[in-house]
Every structure is written in C-alpha cells, then in structure tokens.
Design a protein. Structure first.
Lengths: 473, 503
C-alpha cells in the first residue's frame, strides 16, 4: 500500500490529526488561555473542510472495506459544512464560565464522532460500517452529558448510550444473520447473492431497526425528545442534523446496493414507517412548548420525509435524499442557531419567551422565520425544493396516496412552525427578550445558514451536481 | 429582458427598495412608485398583446420565454401569456395599485406590511405568467404564505385564528394540488418521452383517462379551495373579515381568482375527459356555493362578512361557469373573475375607509352615511349596483354570459343547476340593497358620525381607479370578450377532439 492509497482516507486522517493536535495544544495552555482553543479548532476544521473539496479519484482500500467516490466525498463535505456551522454556533455557549475548562474536550469529542461518520459513509463492508457507527455514537453520549452537573444532561447521556447500545445490538444481530446466510460481509458480494429467503428478510429488518434508532424513525424514536431536551443545544443540533444526516446517507446507500433485490419486500414496510413517522412526529411536535423538544419532534417528522426518497428506489430518489439532507442541514441549523444564540444570552428556551421577539431582535426573528418556512417547505426558500423533489421521487414510483399523506403532513407541520412565527411576530409581550448582539462567530454561522436557505433552492446546479453522482437500483 | 419577467423583477426590486426605507412615508412612496410602474407595465402588455394579435400572430401563447432550470427533472422557468392571462394581469395590476393607496396610513410596522403585500402580488403575477406547472405551483404558494403575516399582524378581530385557518386550509389545498401536478407530470407524455411540466406540451397529448379520473378531483378541489368551493370555503369569511383592507382587496380581488384560473387552465384544459365525467359532482357543489354564499350574506351584520359571503357566491359562479365547459360559459367565467375582482376590491376598500371613520363595521350601528360622506356613499352604491348585475357595469356582462352558456346545456340536470344559480342574482339584490338602505339612507343614527370627513385624495384615487375599471368593462365588454374568445380556441379544440364514452 502506497502513500497515495493512504491519502485516499484524507478526511478521516486529517480529522484524526486535528483531534490529536487539539489535545497537545490544550496541554500547553494554562487556565486563562483555554479560550484560544476556539479559534484554533475552528480554523483547523475550516482547513479540513476546504481540503475535502479537492477532487480525488474513486478508490478502494483494504480489499474493499473502505471505498470512496464522488458521492461519498460529497456526503462527507455536506456533513463537514454542517459541523462547521455548529462549531461556529457553539462559541457563545463554550465561552460561558461553566465550560471554560472543557473547551478542547468539546471539540475533541465532536471531531471523534465525525471521524466515525466518515468511516461509516465510506464503508464497503458491514464490519467497517459497524465500527464507524460505534465510533460515531459513543462520543455523542459523552457530549450529551457534557453539562454533567445538570441532571437532565446526564440523563440525556445515559439515555442516548443505552438506546444506542440496544440499537447497535439489534443491528449487529441483523448483520450476523446476513453473514450467516450469505457467507460474506462485503456489500458487493452480499448484494449479488441476496435471494430473499425469510432469514435474509429478517436480517434486513434487524438491520433497518438498528438504523431506524439512529434516524429516530417511529416507533424507534422514544429516546429522541428527552435526549434532545437534556443535551446542550449545540449537541442537540449535531444529533438532529449531522448524526441523522450521516445515518440517512449510509442507509440509502446500503438499501440501494446491498438490499436492492429486497426492494419489492421492503417497500411496503417503509411506506408504513414513513406514514407513522411523519404523523406521529407532527402530532407530538404540535404540543411542545420547549423549543428544543419542539425541534426534536419536528426533526422526527422530517426524517419521515427522507423515507419517501428511499421509496422512489431510483436515481431521482437518491438525489432527492442527499439534496434534502443538505437543505435540511441549513434550515435546521438556522433554527437551532437562533435558539442557541438566545439561550446563551438569556437562558430562555421556551416558545412563550419568544413573544414579541421581532420588535427587539428583528434579524434573529427573520432568520428563524426563514428556517421555519424552509422546514415547512414553503417557497421560495430551499426547503420547498427539497420537499418537492422528495415528493416527486415518491410519485415517480406511483405512490400518489403517500405523497398526499406526506403533503398533508407538511401542511400540519406548517401549523406548528407558524406558531413560532406567531410568537415572534404577532404575540405581544410584557418583557420580551431584550435586544442583544451576538459574537462574530455566531453571526457568521447564522449568516451561512441564511445564505444556504436562500440560495440552494434557486441554484439548480447543486441539484444537478448531486444528480450526476447518484445512482438508483 | 422578456416583458413578462419584468412582472416579477419590478416587485422584487420594489421589495428591495422598501428594505432601505426608514418610515411610513418613504416605504409607501417606494411601494406606490413600484406598483404604478407595474400598472403601467400591465397597460403596455395589454397594448402589445393587442398589437401582436391584430398583426396576425396566432400562437397560443405570446411573449414566451423559456429557460431550463432543473435539467434532471426538466423543470423550466417558462412564461407566456394569452388573452386570459393578460386580462388577469391587468386586473392584478389595478387591484394592487388600488391596494397600496388604500393602505396609505399603515402606521404599524409599515415597511414589513408593504413588503409582505408586494411579495403576495409577486406570487400572483408569477402565477399568471407561468406556463410551467412547477413554477406555477411555486408562485401559488408564494402568494398564499404572506397572508399569514398580513392577517396575523395587521388584522383585526380574531385575527390569529383566522390567519391560521386560512393558511392551513389553503395549504391543504396545495397538498391536493401537489398530487395532481405530480400525477400530470408523470403522465405528461406517452411512455418513454421526456416528462414535462409545460402546460402547452402536456396539452398536446392525452393523459390516460384512468389517471385523469384519479387526478382531476385532486387538481380541481386543490384549486377550488382557493376559489371558495363549498364545503371548503370556510376560510374565506373569517379570513376576509380579519384581514386589513388592502389584504382583503387583494385576496378577494385577485388571490381567489388563482383558483378559478387554475381550475380552468390546468384541471379542465389538461384533463377534459375526466372533467366531463365528474363535472356533475362539482356542479352540485358550486351551485351550493353560489346560492349558499348569497343566502349567507343576507344574514350577516358585519360589512366585511357580507362581502366575504358574497365573494363565495361570486367565485362559486366562476367555478360553476368553468364546469359548464362551453365557449360562452368560459368567456363569462373570465369576465366574472375580472368583474368580481374589481368590484370586491372596491367594496373592501370602501369598507376599510368607512371603518376608518366610524370604527365599526356593524351595519346596524350606522345609518344615513350618505349625508356625511357622499363620495364614499355614491361609490358604495355603484359597487353595489355592479355587484347585483345592473346593465352598464361589469357584473351584468359576466353573469349574462355565464348563464347564457350554462343554458346551452339542454338536459334537466344542467337546467336545474342553472336556474338555482340564477336565483342568486335575486338574493344578491336583496342583501346589497338592504345594506345600502341601512348603511347609507335614512337618518344618521349615531351623532358621533355627524362630521365625518369625506374621502381624501389617495382614497379617491384608489376607488376611482376601480370604478373606471368596472364601468369600462360594463360599457365595452366586446374588447375583453374578443381577447378571451380568441384565447379559448385551443381549449375548445381540445374539448371538441375528445372522445367521450356514451356521447
């Protein structure tokens, strides 16, 4: 294996180096200098993100365990952009006195999980997939319990850890059955030899259940709300955007390659889960008062829409899913960014606290409105295009009633997204959140979101670019 | 640049301009300039359109412009107009112009108000010029969503409830529409061809009849909800009553017409077979709309509710006419859309102006207003007479043509429906004259109203613009119906060419 081969794993390697460097630098800083970690980490991560955009040829390593191609690289880049925005948005929170000694831990843990996700997306067999998944999950549990003096946060950590362990167990059981029935763990080999015997169907169900935990599809979503509420906001946004996005990416790749012969079997199952996920997520989101819980349930509903693209089982379906996740990253991070900025300044996290926000903080309110519209799928912002293309791919497979249910759900979701807009723009408040200025990092993070929400929809080249890399069954 | 694209560019530029203004005076000035430009542009478009046609240009759509937007899905930004869209654009231009002047004194968050209002108008203009179903749908939603903020922030009464109800119901309509549009897209061309969203391309082929049967109700009801189709009209009275003046004007005047226009341009034009088969269901529903709306108006005490119900009735008539599917009825439908658009905008403008003076909209609390505010009173009577279909105003031309067309059907079902619908004219006369009698005639009930100021210049400008429109169509309808008739040719050809089972 030559050096060039090793460099194929540049994303993973760079992130690993970065994590190490952060730890070493941290050792040499005294208490008062810890806050220097923030610009250093963000700067390093920006470099990694930019390097990710340098094109590289498709290549396979370790006899097929690890592979990379344009689509995989694109997915990694999408995640990197999302993480970059999250890092920018966490600055205000990291600077609070309670976190002053733990700054580099935050970055280290976050980057560790990202390494896991990168390996997971690049995996060419189930072993690598499982390793990546575990590496991605365990540090998040630590992150969720980051404010360990807060009971809810510790609770979130334990809950996440336990439910992840359970789901990993189920997933692993499924993988073992796949290995047992096909004699291989390599995606290519399994894909070629899958014959849909009952054991293999069962294996798929176990595998899918494991992944459904990660994406929090109904009925495997029960951990979501508590964990999202307890974890620090930036970790919540990481969980709901990056973690979910990465799992959706690998799920669609595996469904379209390994389990492609199973497509006629799994379609009805996914149909049902999609309907359940959208509906349950929406019905629960309606009643939430805490912004974090609210966004948690809304993100469950959003995950249901992703399944529509998988149901399309064609090139358009994959393009739509990747595009939707890209758009979703910007829209959801826009919403989370505003919640984080307000929470860092005032500690307020309830929807009632947002009453009259527009009169005091118009820019934050406008960004929040854009994000809400984008999440609800209202034109002309990007979310409309994301949803529309998912619906199109489901319709291309003839699922008109599912599309109808999905659009109705989008309408229901509009109701609760409008509630936030109503609080900010229409409701009057005796003591609204006072006008405040965010720090530079947060501003840049929020502006990136606003830009993404505005531009991605009209900029059809993005969709075309993804479409050229995608594939169907 | 293509002249039609200007219809989107000018409002967008106006919005950007308003962003840089500081107070009410500046933002209303910028809006007025922008929308005057838009009105002039509409005039130019009408002129150019007439010139082209008289020069013998027979293309179904003029001034077409087409850019590929999403190549993978063959989504285009495709625009083009025929006589019907030109007429609708001109209507929108007039109503938006009048709307800006009707909200000349919007003190609270004025910048945001004008931005939302003009965004709404952008959506409407975009909808009327679109030839591509995708962009059409996009503009449709752009037109609907600012309503939430406009009613929620600047409305009155139970504004939060009404705003939410309106938005959710209309978005529910667009859910149906989305299914319809996607279905049309996937059956737009025979097996193996390049799928397309372009209306003209789709019209060249026949969508399989089984699919039409499935898709037509989605599409028609989807548009019908915006056109206040019974029983999906309930957003309309609440929404109109809570909305601020300019928004009621725009909404009843223009936005509800999106429903009629869409039902006609998409549902009937692309799926004529299914339309023929299923028309009876919707004829029943629209007849109920027409009669029920008119009866509803009789029992209301709030001026805005009266007009909202009368809009349900009149917009029901548009859909009723569309379903009759013959040349006269179609012509009538389009004239009715324009006539009702102008008329109802005028009504809502007047109600807003009266409310601004008396601070009540309950007709029982007012009386004898003709003596104190003669200008507004007279205009109100004109609007009322136009609304009940007096010859010389637009309403007469529209209703006459519609019922003429409807009566061409000789079977019992159509005859009965038509006769029932005709009865709405009488009921309309009842509620219009009742309001005029109580509100304007008789002694002045409340002596706070003794010295109300009459209309000032911007109110006069706003109302006179609309009155001119109404009278113009009433006196020279031939000009408008020529424009429409010519544009109906492709649709009539398509209707004539279909093979109907059992006919």
């Amino acid at each position: 294996m030559s050096l060039i081969d090793i460099l194929t794993m540049r994303n993973e390697l760079l992130l690993t180096f970065m994590a190490m460097i952060l730890l070493i630098i941290d050792l040499n800083l005294n208490h008062a200098q810890k806050s220097r970690m923030i610009p250093i980490s963000i700067g390093l991560f920006l470099v990694v993100t930019l390097i990710g955009f340098i094109p590289q040829p498709d290549r396979t390593l370790f006899g097929g365990m690890y592979h990379t191609n344009g689509l995989v690289q694109l997915m990694k880049n999408i995640l990197n952009i999302g993480v970059l925005i999250i890092l920018l948005q966490s600055v205000a929170w990291l600077r609070s006195p309670a976190n002053s000694t733990k700054i580099s831990e935050y970055f280290f843990l976050l980057i560790s999980t990202l390494i896991g996700m990168n390996f997971m997306i690049s995996s060419g067999d189930f072993l690598m997939l499982y390793l990546g998944l575990e590496l991605a999950t365990i540090p998040i549990a630590a992150l969720a319990a980051f404010t360990h003096f807060n009971t809810k946060s510790s609770e979130a950590g334990i809950k996440l850890l336990l439910s992840s362990a359970l789901s990993s167990g189920i997933l692993l059981y499924g993988i073992s059955m796949i290995y047992g029935s096909t004699g291989s763990i390599y995606f290519d080999a399994i894909g070629a030899s899958y014959t849909n015997v009952p054991l293999q169907v069962l294996a798929f169900i176990f595998f899918f259940t494991g992944m459904a935990f990660k994406i929090s599809l109904v009925p495997f979503h029960l951990w979501t709300a508590d964990v999202y509420e307890g974890a620090p906001i930036n970790v919540t946004s990481y969980l709901s955007v990056i973690s979910k996005g990465a799992a959706a990416f690998i799920l669609i790749i595996v469904m379209f390659t390994v389990f492609k012969t199973l497509a006629p079997v799994y379609k009805s199952m996914i149909y049902l889960i999609a309907v359940l996920t959208m509906t349950v997520g929406n019905l629960f989101a309606m009643r939430q008062k805490n912004m974090k819980r609210f966004l948690a349930f809304s993100s469950i509903a959003q995950a249901g829409f992703i399944l529509l693209g998988i149901l399309g089982t064609n090139k358009m379906g994959m393009t739509s899913v990747v595009y939707f996740v890209l758009v979703y990253i910007f829209s959801n991070l826009g919403a989370f960014g505003v919640v984080a900025a307000i929470s860092a300044k005032t500690g307020k996290e309830n929807m009632d606290d947002y009453d009259g926000l527009y009169l005091t903080n118009p820019k934050l309110s406008l960004l929040m409105m854009l994000s809400m519209f984008s999440l609800a799928g209202i034109p002309p912002v990007a979310g409309f295009f994301g949803k529309m293309f998912l619906f199109t791919s489901a319709a291309s497979a003839g699922y008109y009633w599912l599309v109808f249910i999905a659009v109705l759900n989008a309408t229901i979701s509009l109701y609760y997204y409008l509630l936030v807009i109503k609080a900010m723009f229409i409701n009057k408040s005796e003591n609204p959140i006072a006008a405040f200025q965010s720090d530079g990092y947060t501003k840049v993070g929020l502006m990136l979101c606003a830009l993404g929400i505005f531009v991605l929809g009209f900029w059809s080249q993005v969709y075309e670019f993804i479409n050229n890399l995608s594939f169907g069954i | 640049m293509n002249i039609l694209t200007l219809f989107i560019v000018i409002p967008v530029l106006t919005v950007i301009g308003i962003l840089f203004t500081k107070d009410l005076k500046q933002s209303r000035l910028v809006s007025a300039i922008g929308m005057t430009a838009q009105l002039i542009l509409s005039g130019i478009l009408v002129y150019l359109y007439m010139t082209e046609r008289s020069a013998g240009n027979m293309a179904p759509m003029l001034f077409t412009f087409d850019v590929l937007w999403f190549p993978a899905l063959n989504i285009h930004y495709a625009v083009g107009v025929d006589g019907i869209s030109v007429a609708m654009i001109a209507l929108t231009g007039v109503v938006v112009f009048a709307g800006i002047f009707a909200s000349w004194n919007m003190e609270f968050l004025s910048r945001e108000f004008f931005i939302s209002l003009i965004l709404l108008a952008t959506g409407v203009f975009g909808f009327f010029i679109s030839l591509d179903l995708f962009t059409m749908f996009l503009f449709y939603e752009i037109a609907v969503i600012p309503m939430y903020l406009l009613i929620g922030i600047w409305g009155s009464g139970p504004k939060e409830y009404s705003a939410m109800k309106l938005t959710i119901m209309l978005m529910g309509g667009s859910a149906l529409l989305m299914v319809g549009i996607l279905g049309i897209y996937f059956y737009s061309v025979p097996e193996g061809g390049q799928l397309t969203f372009n209306v003209l391309e789709i019209a060249k082929h026949q969508i399989p009849v089984e699919m039409q049967r499935f898709l037509f109700p989605f599409t028609f009801i989807g548009f019908g909800i915006l056109g206040a189709l019974f029983p999906f009209h309930t957003w309309s009275p609440d929404g109109h009553a809570s909305a601020p003046t300019a928004v009621s004007m725009l909404h009843a005047g223009v936005l509800m017409k999106l429903g009629g226009y869409g039902a006609f341009r998409v549902a009937i034009y692309l799926m004529p077979e299914a339309a023929h088969e299923q028309a009876w269901i919707f004829i029943i529903l629209t007849t109920i709309s027409v009669v029920y709306g008119a009866f509803g108006a009789i029992f209301q005490k709030d001026l805005k509710y009266i007009n909202a119900y009368s809009s349900v009735s009149h917009c029901g008539l548009v859909l009723f006419a569309v379903l009759m599917m013959n040349q006269s009825a179609f012509t009538g439908a389009v004239i009715q859309m324009i006539s009702h658009g102008l008329m109802t905008a005028l009504f809502f403008a007047l109600i807003g102006m009266i409310y601004g003076r008396t601070h009540t909209r309950m007709i029982n609390e007012m009386g004898g207003l003709m003596k104190v505010i003669p200008f507004l009173g007279v205009v109100y009577v004109i609007a009322g007479l136009a609304s009940l279909g007096l010859p010389g105003f637009s309403g007469f031309v529209a209703e006459m043509t519609i019922f003429f067309g409807a009566f061409e059907h000789i079977d019992v079902f159509h005859r009965v429906a038509t006769i029932l619908a005709v009865s709405s004219i009488v009921i309309t006369a009842v509620y219009i004259l009742r309001v005029v009698g109580i509100l304007l005639m008789g002694p002045i009930k409340d002596h706070h109203f003794d010295h109300l100021p009459d209309a000032n210049w911007y109110e006069r400008l706003s109302t006179i613009t609309l009155v001119v429109g109404i009278t113009f169509i009433g006196v020279v309808p031939i000009w408008l119906s020529d424009m429409i008739n010519f544009s109906l040719a492709p649709l009539m050809e398509k209707l004539a060419s279909i093979q109907l089972p059992g006919m």
